[in-house]
Design a binder for this molecule. Structure first.
Ligand code: OGA
Ligand code: NI
Length: 335
């Protein structure tokens, strides 16, 4: 089947019109990206559990980002998911437009990120996003085949990471999972970035922190675009074959009372190839109360944040839509 060139579902022509051009101070300065540093890659097939816990907790404290290999999710499954989502973005734009909405309460939606720029209104990001909820993992893992044994690891990868992270904080294995609550909101997102004539003028996703708790992201091989801040510099997260990128999001920074870092990241565009990334977000549900875990509070480590419901957090997030997000800052306590 011949595929037509990509068109945005919102019908904005795929050309560098003022719709997409960022003011100078918001542009990525690609010549300043520092390629000599990188986030760590951690092999999950490590039977020395203390060693694994310490590698993960160090990565969460220092970088807030790492890649995992030998995570148990079969390569074929990852490839099938990437292929199916790529096909979705190759559909005629009218077909994807059925899902186009700016209504945040819609569960299944196609939308475009934007930045609010003074005097210019909304500047669109060079990408299109599709998102929908995923089942709570426990609801479906027991339907999965027992063999090969890795099959059951698909749904339990998030749980395993949470357990390792809990242990890294010196907490009971199931502590973080319990704090995030019985009915976590797990949703998946697909970010599609078509090739861009001039990546210096646009951004795929502006610099941001993720607001959920934990993010596991699958990115296609061979095309880079994700960048994170390390020691004040933008550093690329180059795709590692068969790896997932894992990152700490805001709720984890709050729960860990600031020990695990929700780090600023962004996606830049490139002028040769389309890029696809699939983050999976693990968030509390709206009623869950989030705040620093009591065992992590003492005289030396007073609580850095007040308690709040996730609903309050989301309201603040939407209030700041289009601006440079400073959501968790609104819940900080001053000492
Ligand atoms: C996100 C995100 C990065 C990417 O969706 O929150 O940071 O590589 N995505 O697309
Ligand atoms: Ni993100």
């Amino acid at each position: 089947m011949e595929t037509k060139p990509f068109q945005f579902a919102n019908n904005t022509p795929l050309s560098l019109s003022p719709n997409f051009i960022l003011p100078e101070e918001n542009r990525p300065i690609l010549s300043e990206v520092f390629s000599s540093a990188s986030i760590p890659t951690i092999d999950l097939n490590n039977h020395d559990i203390d060693d694994l816990v310490s590698k993960i907790s160090q990565a969460c404290e220092k970088y807030g980002f790492f890649q995992i290999i030998n995570h148990g999710v079969p390569k074929e499954l990852c490839q099938r998911v990437l292929a199916v989502v790529t096909e979705f973005f190759q559909l005629p734009p009218e077909e994807r437009a059925q899902f186009l909405t700016t209504d945040h309460s819609k569960l299944v939606k196609v939308f475009n990120y934007f930045q609010k720029v003074e005097g210019q209104g909304k500047v669109l990001m060079w990408g299109e996003t599709f998102t929908h909820p995923w089942h709570p993992t426990e609801d479906f893992t027991h339907f999965l085949p027992k063999n090969p044994p890795q099959y059951r690891e698909i749904g339990t990868l998030m749980d395993r990471l949470l357990s390792l992270m809990s242990q890294g904080l010196g907490l009971e294995k199931d502590c973080l999972k319990r704090k995030i609550g019985e009915r976590p909101a797990i949703y998946t997102q697909a970010n599609y970035y078509p090739p861009c004539p001039d990546p210096e003028l646009t951004m795929g996703l502006p610099a941001h922190n993720d607001i959920s708790t934990l993010v596991v992201l699958l990115q296609m091989e061979g095309v880079s675009g994700l960048q994170v801040v390390i020691d004040g510099k933008w550093v690329p997260v180059e795709p590692v074959p068969d790896a997932f990128v894992v990152n700490i999001a805001d709720q984890m920074q709050v729960l860990s009372n600031g020990r695990y870092k929700s780090v600023l990241h962004r996606a830049v565009t490139n002028n040769r190839l389309a890029r696809l990334s699939l983050p999976m977000f693990y968030a509390p549900n709206n009623d869950t109360v989030i705040g620093p875990i009591e065992d992590l509070i003492d005289d030396v480590h007073p609580p850095m944040y007040r308690n709040y419901s996730y609903k309050e957090y989301m309201d603040e997030f939407y209030r700041q839509e289009g601006a440079r997000r400073r959501v968790k800052e609104a819940f900080e306590l001053q000492h």
